[in-house]
Each structure stands twice: as structure tokens, then as C-alpha cells.
Design a protein around this ligand. Structure first.
Ligand code: TYD
Length: 203
């Protein structure tokens, strides 16, 4: 695999979780140590912050939301991601700082550059090396969703902006992003991801 820190990104309902699990199984079958982490969450502090961010109980202001995402992320990078990578483990992350640029920066309108810079401080410039972006029309992804959390239950126009944010990131960091059509067959997409990452797909 060509990187140690890989993130999966995409709007709600784009199907990241199944692809991450499948890739993790392939790596494990080849005795490649790997760990799946999720954002928000992944640490004790982070899971507490996740509750504040996603529960319908709280009314969270946009900048507060961006800062809460940063806080759980700095803990995750320090407590889990860096030590695991130093031990030789591959990190497969369900979302990352790029989610914040798309959701808070563009979706909430706090500013692409501003949220990028804020996150650069939070992760101490430790961004995922490669990103798989599952691209999908929000009207389709939202209809796939079962139970939506506070952020995931926003209107379709919000997700259209988030999608634009992701596509802008993919253009800016084109050498590090693979755009996948999330409406296509899961096993075909898994094969594309493996080819891109130079992982042998034994399935
Ligand atoms: P999650 O249950 O992980 O949803 P999904 O299965 O779509 O990944 O909830 C994460 C929610 O938080 C999702 O709506 C995206 C949002 N989010 C942000 O707005 N900014 C961020 O930085 C991150 C990591 C997530």
C-alpha cells in the first residue's frame, strides 16, 4: 500500500463504511497491520465530543461546531494516529480534516481557506497522505440514509455545497485524491481503490 494514512471522504450516505471494512479485510488477509478509526470519535475524549456534535439534543453554532471537530481531531492524531503509524500500522480513517473543509468551510460557509488553516493547526500539519472521495448526487445519498444525526439531517442544498467543497479539494490536491462514483458497484470500486493504492486484491 502506497501510504500509511488513508482517509475515506464523502457526503452522508455515500457508503464509505462498507468500502473501508472491505479494504481492511484485504490488508489483514495479507498480514498488513491496519486500524480503522472514525471521526468524530476514535478516542475517549473524541467519543464524548461526538455526542455533543451529532446529538439532536444540542443546538451548536457553526464556529463552535468547527472547533469541536478540531478538538476531537487533535486528540485522535496525538493519541492514536501518530503512535500507530510509528509502530508500522496503516491507518484507514472514516473521515478526516478534509470533512471539516467541505462541511464547515464550504457547507456552513465559514470559508474553505479559514477552515483549512484551522485544521492545519489542529493536526499539526499531519494530514492524510491519500484520500478516497466517494462522489454522489446528494438527492440519491440522502434517500439511502436510514437514521440521520444532527448534521446528516440538514437540507439537500447544504450537501450540494459540501459536495462542491470536496470537488474543490480533489482538484487542489489531485495527486492525493481518488474520486470514485459512489453509485457504482461496490466490488468494482474496491478494485479501483486497490489498483490506485497498489494493494493486491485477493478477493
Ligand atoms: P457519521 O455518523 O460518521 O456519518 P457518516 O456515516 O456519514 O460518516 O457522522 C459524521 C457527521 O459529521 C456527518 O454528517 C459529517 C459530519 N462531519 C462534519 O460536518 N465535519 C467533520 O469534520 C466531520 C469529521 C464530520
Amino acid at each position: 500500500m502506497i501510504c500509511n494514512y488513508l482517509a475515506f471522504e464523502g457526503i452522508d450516505g455515500s457508503g464509505k463504511s462498507s468500502l473501508i471494512r472491505s479494504l481492511s479485510e484485504i490488508l489483514t488477509s495479507q498480514h498488513i497491520d491496519n486500524k480503522i478509526v472514525r471521526e468524530p470519535g476514535g478516542t475517549k475524549v473524541g467519543e464524548g465530543v461526538r455526542e455533543l456534535l451529532l446529538s439532536h439534543e444540542y443546538d451548536v453554532d457553526a464556529l463552535t461546531e468547527a472547533l469541536l471537530f478540531c478538538s476531537q481531531r487533535s486528540q485522535l492524531v496525538t493519541e492514536i494516529i501518530k503512535p500507530e503509524i510509528n509502530k508500522g500500522t496503516k491507518i484507514l480513517s472514516d473521515r478526516s480534516a478534509y470533512s471539516s473543509v467541505a462541511y464547515q468551510g464550504v457547507g456552513r460557509g465559514l470559508g474553505y481557506e479559514t477552515i483549512y488553516q484551522l485544521n492545519d493547526i489542529a493536526v499539526n500539519s499531519y494530514w492524510p497522505e491519500k484520500v478516497v472521495l466517494l462522489d454522489i448526487d446528494p438527492t440519491i445519498s440522502l434517500s439511502r440514509q436510514r437514521v440521520a444525526d444532527r448534521i446528516g439531517s440538514d437540507k439537500v442544498d447544504f450537501f450540494k455545497k459540501v459536495r462542491e467543497g470536496y470537488l474543490r479539494l480533489a482538484e487542489e490536491f489531485e495527486n492525493n485524491f481518488l474520486i470514485i462514483n459512489a453509485e457504482e458497484d461496490l466490488s468494482d470500486n474496491l478494485q479501483k481503490i486497490c489498483t490506485w493504492l497498489k494493494v493486491e486484491n485477493s478477493k
